[in-house]
Design a protein around this ligand. Structure first.
Ligand code: NAP
Length: 293
């Protein structure tokens, strides 16, 4: 079994990004600039946003977090997004989800200029991804593709089972794995909560990607020997053993499944770190106007 070490790969990619940013600055260009908007004070969202800002600083980006009270109106937020869309000094904009219930996520996502949509959630970016055209790809699926690529995992002709069909992880993941691309070219099965007998599919899978948010869902009896296992799940449980006061668990029963897997990503230390690096990559691409003028 080989660990898909997100920390190692993320560190290497961050060094590459930092070196590119240093070159940009040396040639008189400004550094990439990412703005994050955080509405309300959800603990997990606060952690993610702080981590994104810290990672931006590490690679030499400019970045800032705009914090709003949960009571702001939808109109107020949309007006702020439009203002940022017009600001040429900002390359990437993310609005941290979830949002308070009175604010429409769809409206927010569609108001962000797709050229600054480094989260890859805008319908234009999703559509272009489906057509295998250059675009911003949702950070978690893109991070997984980078992990597969760096570990040179053969995917063409393999059967990939994705469990979970969310707009930000499972659905784009299933499309990316089926595209005529490398990595890609898989035969893909997409399972969700209405799929009966998921084990029937996972037992036949060469690659299993689990993104459902259920601790230890994928057990050893569900996977075949030599499979590649990617665990996206981030299930928090309160704990006295850690400084943060919580412990993270994946969707995979890691200790048991690792005895059968050829490759497996741990939680923490796997996909989560790749997600942040993928966001950094998208922001760099936005600053370089790699996909859109
Ligand atoms: P989500 O929006 O809640 O979607 C969950 C998906 O899982 C849905 O498609 C749901 O099916 C499916 N599902 C739920 N229970 C199931 C079951 N028992 N059997 C089969 N399918 C089931 O979740 P998400 O945003 O994709 O996140 C999934 C997990 O990944 C969470 O733990 C989240 O914290 C984590 N995550 C991690 C990262 C990272 O960077 N590592 C990034 C994003 C998310 P239906 O559609 O039928 O309801």
């Amino acid at each position: 079994m080989e660990l898909l070490d997100g920390k190692k790969i993320a560190t290497a990619i961050k060094l590459e990004i930092a070196s590119e940013v240093a070159q940009m600055r040396a040639s008189g260009m400004r550094a990439p600039n990412l703005v994050a908007i955080l509405v309300g004070n959800d603990g997990a969202s606060e952690t993610y946003v702080n981590s994104k800002e810290k990672n931006c600083k590490e690679v030499g980006f400019d970045s800032s977090v705009i914090r709003y009270d949960a009571k702001i109106t939808e109109d107020f937020l949309l007006a702020k997004i439009k203002e940022i869309n017009q600001d040429d000094s900002i390359d990437g904009l993310i609005v941290q989800l979830p949002l308070p219930a009175h604010i429409s996520v769809a409206k927010v996502v569609e108001t962000i200029d797709h050229k600054k949509d480094v989260d890859g959630f805008h319908p234009i970016n999703i559509g272009r991804m489906n057509k295998n055209l250059p675009c911003f790809i949702s950070a978690t699926p893109n991070g997984i593709m980078m992990l597969l690529d760096r570990y040179k995992i053969a995917t063409a002709g393999k059967h990939c089972v994705v469990i979970g069909r969310s707009q930000i992880v499972g659905s784009p993941m299933s499309i990316l794995m089926s595209l005529n691309a490398e990595p890609g070219n898989c035969t893909v099965t997409l399972c969700h909560s209405k799929t009966p007998d998921i084990k029937k599919y996972t037992l036949d899978a060469d690659i299993v990607i689990v993104a459902i948010g259920k601790k230890n869902f994928l057990t050893a009896d569900m996977v075949k020997n030599g499979a590649v296992i990617i665990d996206v799940g981030m299930n928090r449980e309160n704990s006295n053993e850690t400084k943060s006061g919580y412990k993270l668990f994946g969707d995979v029963d890691f200790e048991q499944v690792k005895t059968k897997a050829a490759y497996i990503s741990p939680v923490p230390g796997g996909v989560g770190l790749m997600t942040i690096v993928s966001l950094l990559k998208n922001t760099l691409s936005a600053a370089k106007k790699e996909y859109y003028q």
